[in-house]
Design a protein around this ligand. Sequence first.
Ligand code: G3H
Ligand code: 13P
Ligand code: ZN
Length: 330
Amino acid sequence: MVNYKELGLVNTKEIFKKAIDGKYAIPAFNFNNMEQMQAIIQACVEEKSPVILQVSSGARKYANQTLLRYMAQGAVEYAKELGYAIPVVLHLDHGDSFELCKDCIDMGFSSVMIDGSHHSYEDNIALTRKVVEYAHAHGVTVEGELGVLAGIEDDVVAEHHTYTQPEEVEDFVKKTGVDSLAISIGTSHGANKFTPEQCTRDANGVLIPPPLRFDILEEIEKRIPGFPIVLHGASSVPQDLVAIINKYGGAMKDAIGIPEDELRKAASSAVCKINIDSDGRIAMTAAVREVLATQPAEFDPRKYLGPARDGLKKLYKHKVVNVLGSAGKA
Ligand code: G3H
Ligand code: 13P
Ligand code: ZN
């Protein structure tokens, strides 16, 4: 059993408070391997941004949770070595049981999400409350969720969004004691967040997705003023990177994300954590495809994973500087 403080990690309490007061959002980037971790840390150190390193169920299966925890511990030292000690949170993304959250807390995670959004309201409260009691006894912060995102979440597929009901948030926060709340206002996981049929076209034929439900967000903020809100499914699916993937043999069809100006608007509200995974996957894949297609004799993984890491770092720097506004806040 190890406490996150011994690893040099921080929980989300202070960085969320500063983010709400300062009207910006903390980046929560998923990682599964060394190159992703390096790109995240390099970008956030260079831009002096706090960062949340997220570990999903898929990441735990792929890379092993113990290895990822040691990598996060290494990330704290790596940041110092690069010249600036940024606050680093190690967060469990979409935890689905008390046992899993406890396991992560016991091995040094500083923050966990318990996603009870697929359960009934009462069961979600009971499960979240149980996790909060254990987590808080160890100084670990907890993210809960109300409302269901359309698409795939936690291996559960939902055809439509179930938007967060503002009438429930105050009661949920009070009864569970959570430190932050993920909400559903029209974002979803993955690279195909909207069908072309759901979009309109501008004068140049570019697809414009339907806007996020900022009316719901405003209503939530009125009911729990100053409380930290989290946005999942916040990738923007950069079309220049999708074009590179498709140019070099990929087949990403109808890939549409959340416009960055909407995320900027969200970041300046009570939204203080923005989750981005798919955009990183797209940046890596674009770089790997380009190298393998243009240098077919290459077989050293460093020759394509290196450019993939550079592409990722460029993307993350853009996010913290131009979208989330967290640059210079560490
Ligand atoms: O919430 C979803 C994240 O993008 C993680 O997905 O379980 O495939 O790693 P994953
Ligand atoms: P994206 O698929 O939009 O990157 O969302 C990631 C996420 O919400 C992780 O929890
Ligand atoms: Zn998510």
